[in-house]
Design a protein around this ligand. Structure first.
Ligand code: PLP
Length: 397
């Protein structure tokens, strides 16, 4: 049996794989076993901020592996505490809790919201339509993508969705019984939709009136992806809880929540926990990643290179008005909304040596590693042009 047949036989069929058998990866490139080289503009779904094979991250992992791998959260582990200290100091949040994944970070935020709500006599949780917050039952209750929810009901009670960027719906639904509103300031999976500043302003007016928690899901948009540590910083607000994951472990499983003073005392000893959360190996990789990102001023790099990519995409839209409807996003979290489904375009791009993602049916989602340079953007743009003109030629025939 070859690899694809084995995968088909031994793994549940939950993932549609790209037709690449990976040999190795380096920088912004993935190399197939067939010798083919791919420019990666999807970056392991925003995990590989430093691209592949970063020597500082690898050295940190080896160093920690030689000390200990797992120790359990009943011990004081320097790398774990240092990672929390680093993130707290970078963000200005006083405390954090560490998990293994994004969905567990969201679950922790749900538990804090409910317990905080209990004290204040409120329980209702809201997320926005078209949102993605993960796939465990709590997170899935907040997630509003029908393809992920179908047939998994019943969901958590007292959870509802507010229409994205709809001020009337926001004002109608949020009230004194609201415990928390969960929000991706830029929806990732949902198609790179940026929340409006009017919506955030109204959300914070209501927060002042009714007193509830705002939870920012920064799992995809966080850690300099948009040129700032967190996407919410573009809106001048400070959520009570911030979820992080994807890039934070430098490629190893790690997630967490940053918790403001409004909610830092909600969970007491024994009220929440995880066996592997804050694993020392992941924390060592995460510390090296954060050191690299901050020392080399990736906030400035992402702003510059993201701006360059976006300008190129907007030019592309202007020269291909029949193909592109809109270009959206901030920094290196960009979406190209196409006038039709983009699955075929993304497959054709792959054949032309570029990895991108089609989400929400017709949005080409770009989440390149933050280490991309101008030359890679130029290669991407020329391959995109080639791919789209090839497709037009075929459809004209
Ligand atoms: C990926 C993602 C999650 C879920 O993270 P997992 O690590 O896959 O559990 C939650 N929220 C957002 C915004 C995400 O992009």
């Amino acid at each position: 049996m070859n690899l694809r047949e084995k995968e088909n036989q031994f793994l549940l069929h939950t993932y549609k794989r790209l037709p690449i058998e990976v040999d190795h990866a380096d920088g912004v490139y993935v190399y197939g076993k067939d010798g083919k080289k791919y420019l990666d503009f999807f970056g392991g779904i925003a995990v590989n901020a430093l691209g592949y094979n970063n020597s500082r991250v690898k050295a940190a992992i080896v160093n920690q592996a030689n000390r200990y791998l797992h120790m359990s959260n009943t011990f004081y582990m320097d790398v774990q505490i240092e990672l929390a200290e680093t993130l707290c100091k970078l963000s200005g949040y006083p405390k954090m809790f560490l998990t293994n994944s994004g969905t567990e970070a969201v679950e922790a935020a749900i538990k804090i919201s409910r317990k905080w709500g209990k004290k204040h006599g409120k329980a209702n949780l809201f997320a926005l339509t078209n949102s993605f917050h993960g796939r465990t039952m709590g997170s899935l209750s907040l997630t509003d993508r029908e393809k992920y929810r179908q047939d998994f009901d019943p969901f958590l009670p007292s959870v509802d969705h507010i229409a994205f960027n709809n001020l009337n719906d926001l004002k109608t639904k949020v009230d004194a019984a609201t415990a928390a509103v969960f929000i991706e300031f830029i929806q990732g999976e949902g198609g790179i939709n940026v929340v409006s500043s009017e919506f955030i302003e109204e959300l914070y007016n209501l927060k002042k009136k009714y007193n509830f928690l705002v939870v920012a899901d920064e799992i995809q948009s966080g850690i300099y992806r948009t040129g700032k540590l967190f996407a919410f910083e573009h809106f001048g607000v400070r959520p009570d809880i911030v979820t992080v994951a994807k890039p934070i472990g430098g490629g190893l499983p790690l997630g967490g929540i940053l918790v403001d003073s409004s909610a830092e005392d909600v969970l007491g000893y024994g009220t929440h926990g995880t066996t592997f959360g804050g694993n020392p190996l992941s924390c060592a990789a995460g510390l090296a990643t954060l050191a690299e990102l901050t020392e080399k001023k990736f906030d400035e790099h992402v702003t510059k290179i993201g701006g360059y990519l976006k300008r190129n995409l907007i030019e592309f839209k202007e020269s291909h008005p029949d193909f592109v409807a809109e270009v959206r996003g901030i920094g290196l979290m960009l979406g190209v909304e196409c006038r039709k489904e983009c699955g075929e375009t993304v497959s054709a791009l792959l054949t032309n040596g570029v990895i991108a993602n089609c989400t929400s049916g017709n949005v080409i989602r770009l989440l390149p590693p933050l280490v991309v340079e101008k030359e890679h953007v130029d290669i991407f743009m020329s391959r995109l042009s080639e791919t789209v003109s090839e497709a037009t030629k075929i459809s004209v025939k």
